[in-house]
Structure formats: structure tokens, C-alpha cells
Design a protein around this ligand. Sequence first.
Ligand code: NAD
Ligand code: DAU
Length: 340
Amino acid sequence: MTAPQTLLVTGGAGFIGANFVRYLLDAAPSVRIVNLDALTYAGNLANLAGCLDDPRHVFVRGNITNSELVGYLLQTFEVDGIINFAAESHVDRSILGPVTFVETNVKGTLTLLTAAREARVRRFLQISTDEVYGSLGPTGSFREDSPIRPNSPYSASKAAADHLVRAFVHTHGMDALITRSSNNYGPWQFPEKMIPLMIHNARCDRPLPLYGDGRNVRDWIHVLDHCRAVWQVYRKGRSGEVYNVGAGNERTNLEVVRTILRRLGKPESLIQFVADRPGHDRRYAIDATKLRSELGWRPRVDFESGIAQTVAWYLDHPDWLDKIVSGEYRKYYRTLYEGR
Ligand code: NAD
Ligand code: DAU
């Protein structure tokens, strides 16, 4: 029997964090989760419906930059490990206002690392992104030893956090490691991100805004495959190492949007080409050989059925979508294209 352990999961009311909490409550009966989330615009307790009453899950509303709170939680709950999902995660918002990105993604990660060290937490897993590697030409893929060349304020802040993790391993001998995943899709994703945004607009017969020529390439992975990888890396990964996470689903944005329209039975005339994102990375592609060969991870969800399930999920949850796309969301959209 596995000994019980307590994990501090940060950002667990966001898209990937909430999917991870759900996954772990099911997959790891001996794990207790302390879920620390500030409930920013992107955090949503509705994402955790059904988990909030679980005795193995404690939700705490709070900021990862609050060192007293983080220290208190580590001590009170005798936390064994930290998995840091909390972040400002949207590239377009980082272009409009980068300060909160540095606050949360850099200072927040430093706060967690410092507190983890003081409390002698056994392991620290930083959830990072393939965007730290920058942009690719038409061929090739990112490996763990590819140069770090972030192009947006978002990816620069994530790269800075990765460097801090590395520095804590090197300087303090801390047990810490990093995952760098490609683009996730699936349920509970905030509809500022391309896939849920396009599904939402299409279901309302609104234009689908494709940036630039629509030929930028992203490498898609179902969020559950990412969650399985995170848990595998947390349990079996080697300290100080980076593990890329990707499922080998490169698609142009235009291809993805056409697939969504087909699933919804909506016309391609809804597609509208709009001003490009400043500094828009052209192509991402992840080489996940290390994760596959060292840790035996394999993606289980193929892209076509994953997208079909995802479209169906959003159609089945109109209240979840409608509640989000008011208030702050509208304000954000009014400013998004200004200055482009
Ligand atoms: P998200 O924006 O959906 O969720 C982020 C969560 O963090 C929210 O619940 C928010 O309330 C919380 N948060 C933000 N600032 C906080 C703070 N200062 N203190 C505590 N909580 C705070 O993001 P996501 O898409 O779920 O991404 C999760 C992580 O995975 C991020 O670190 C992101 O960089 C990384 N990542 C995302 C993708 C993707 O495709 N979405 C791919 C690779 C890596
Ligand atoms: O690669 C991992 C990253 O993927 C994560 O680190 C980020 O947190 C996550 O937000 C995501 O970043 P992207 O910028 O790739 O995702 P986004 O959904 O914003 O955009 C995907 C592609 O679609 C990108 O090429 C921009 C384009 N796009 C996006 C939106 C929102 C459009 O053409 N129109 C849109 O309205």
C-alpha cells in the first residue's frame, strides 16, 4: 500500500489545474490535495464541481505571491510536494498588460520555491510551456535541450520561472523538475483560448477571428493526456530534469477551425481573418521522446475524437460558457484589437 501524501496544487481552479485535481482524486486514492488558487478572471469554482465536498480536497482562495500564506499551508497540512499550475496564461493578455505576468509567474514561482525549501518539501514540479523555446520554421521540433528563446511577455515570464527552478536545484540541491507541454484542449478551458472561443462563437453564429493568415501551427494535446504526463513526471521523473509533453498533433489554426465548424455543422463563411497577434509565434512542435522512452508515457486521446468530445462538452455546458462571457470578458474583448 502507498503511504498517504499531501500535495499543494496551485492554480487548481483553472483549466489544466481543475482537470488535474479531478484526475488525481480519481487516480491516486492515497493523495490529499490542498488547492491554492487566487480565483482570478480565469479561476472558476464551477470547474471543480463535484470535487469541493471531497474530504481529500481542500480548496484555499489565496495568492501564490503571499509567502506567509504559502508557508502556513505547507506547515499546517504537512505538504510533501508542490505542483505549480498557477499562472497568468494568456499570450494576448500579456501583450496588453505584462505586469501581472511577472508578478504571478516569476515572483509567485520564487515565493513557492523559497517556501518549499524552508519547509523541506520533498519535491517541486513546475508546469511550464513549449512557448519558452520560441518559434520554429517549417521543420524540426523542440527538444529539452533546445535554446530558450521566449517571444511574448507571457513566455518570457514562464522562462524566467524555469530558470529559477533550475537555479534552486543547482544552488540549493532542491528536488525540483519541469514539464513543458504543448497546447492543451478539453473541458473547462476559458473561452479566450482559441478552441473554446471558436466553439462559442460558432454556436452563436458569430465570426471566428483567425489571426493573420491562419497558417500558424500549434501542436495539440488533450488535457487529460497532459494530466497523466504530469503525474508520471511527478512520481518518476529525475530531479533537475525537463520533460517535454506533446502528442504529435500539429495543425494549422485554419485546419482546427474548419474541424470545429464541421463538427457543429456551421459554414466556413463564419471565418474572419483579423489583424495578427504582435510577435505571433509561427509554429510549435514538441519532441516528447524523453517522456516516452524514460517514463513510458503515451498519449491516449487521438485529436479527431478529442475534438469531437470537446465540442460536445461545450455544447452540453452552455450555462458554464454563458456565465463567463459577460462582464470582464466583454471588457477584455473591447481592448483586444486596439493598437493592432
Ligand atoms: P488558466 O489561466 O486556465 O488557469 C490559471 C489558474 O491560476 C487560474 O485558476 C487562476 O485563478 C490561478 N492563478 C492565477 N494567478 C494566481 C496567483 N497569483 N495565485 C494563485 N492562483 C493564481 O491556465 P491553464 O491553461 O490551466 O494553465 C495552467 C498552467 O499550465 C500554466 O502554468 C500555464 O503556463 C501552463 N501551460 C498551459 C498550456 C495550455 O495550453 N493552456 C500549455 C502548456 C502549459
Ligand atoms: O503552447 C502552449 C501554450 O498554449 C500555453 O503555454 C499557453 O498558456 C496557452 O494559452 C497556449 O498559447 P497559444 O497562444 O498558442 O494559445 P491560444 O489559444 O491563445 O492561440 C492558439 C493559436 O490560435 C495561436 O496561433 C493564436 C491563434 N488565435 C488565437 C485566438 C485566441 C487566433 O487565430 N484567433 C484567436 O481568437
